[in-house]
Design a binder for this molecule. Structure first.
Ligand code: GLY
Length: 327
């Protein structure tokens, strides 16, 4: 096969689970200019933070030939069920009134979107978000309506405030001083992107939001274009950290559009963060993005150091601290 033809094919065809990440550069026959082609590397999954159980679960779905959408739902459910993760699902830190309110959204390869915001008593908002997407004419359900829909759909209501989170909240109430700690309260939202064996991309984002937030506060995570955006022709992006800042810059949509214009996932994440830091004082909050393009290439970047992303490719988890603006 002629070299150029091989490279063309490689950019169009999933190379299976064994292909590593690499870039091939070549010269056209007329020697006009150098062209770069990226060898696809999928299936693959990337998630915010150190969540090896979640990415491994998602990988197992992909490995069996499952869809990126199923991988996302199954992967996110792991963190939602893990009571030690105090930023997602059961065990999440409550709002200042002591109520655990959850936000989540999911997007599929066709650009369909479903979300729940400020939902109480249901451990798996990512699955309720998927039901909103698949079983209703709407895209977003809030509060009591989301909970009612979840219960009618078969989800069991339960108390999501664990003993550990309740004790911390009671301690916080002694002063009610809101002073977020970077990389803890600012914060451990799980955003996940997956590309399956067909090269189709889906994503999800799930969170209990900022600890001790005002009642009714909703951040970026369940909002399409901010906490998550997928365009299956281009790629996807998702966010963690101070949701207000992500919302103001529509961060995930921005990153996907930058990739559409030719930026790599890494370059696009860096530009997304620059849009936030260019606005002024960012000392007291963290934001981080992860992104993936149609070839399965990934990128991640944060404002402050201490953020890491977990990638699972070929069944191997790789958790690495991302580069950051403020080293
Ligand atoms: N990024 C999650 C939140 O701000 O609620």
């Amino acid at each position: 096969m002629k070299r150029r033809k091989f490279i063309q094919n490689a950019t169009l065809t999933g190379a299976g689970v064994a292909v590593g990440a690499h870039v091939i550069s070549c010269t056209t026959e007329k020697k006009e200019k150098t062209k770069i082609a990226v060898v696809p590397e999928f299936p693959k999954v990337i998630a915010t933070w150190n969540v090896p159980n979640a990415t491994e679960t998602a990988w197992k779905v992909l490995e069996k030939g499952g869809s990126s959408l199923d991988a996302i739902e199954q992967g996110c459910r792991i963190e939602e069920a893990d009571e030690r993760n105090q930023s997602v699902g059961k065990g999440g830190r409550p709002d200042r009134d002591g109520n655990v309110t959850l936000d989540a959204c999911i997007m599929d390869k066709n650009g369909n979107y479903g979300a729940v915001v400020c939902m109480q008593h249901i451990k798996h908002p990512i699955s309720v978000a998927r039901k909103v997407m698949e079983d209703t004419p709407h895209v977003l359900l809030a509060g009591k309506g989301a909970e009612k829909f979840a219960i009618e759909s078969g989800f069991q209501p339960e108390d999501l405030l664990t003993e550990a989170s309740r004790k911390e909240w009671e301690k916080w109430r002694e002063t009610s001083n809101y002073a977020p700690v970077i990389n803890i309260e600012n914060h451990d939202t799980i955003g996940m992107l997956a590309i399956d064996k067909n090269g189709d991309i889906a994503g999800g984002c799930t969170t209990s939001g900022l600890a001790y937030k005002m009642a009714g506060r909703v951040g970026d995570s369940p909002i399409v274009g901010s906490g998550l955006f997928i365009d299956n022709e281009i790629g996807g992006a998702t966010a963690t950290g101070m949701g207000e800042e992500v919302l103001k810059t529509v961060g995930s949509f921005l990153i996907v559009e930058l990739m559409r214009q030719g930026r790599s996932p890494q370059e696009a994440c860096e530009e997304g963060i620059k849009r936030i830091v260019s606005k002024g004082n960012f000392d007291n909050f963290q934001v981080a993005y992860v992104a993936m393009n149609k070839s399965g290439e990934t990128g991640s970047y944060s404002i402050h150091s201490g953020f890491s992303a977990t990638i699972n490719h070929n069944g191997i988890n790789n958790n690495k601290e991302s580069m950051s603006f403020n080293k």
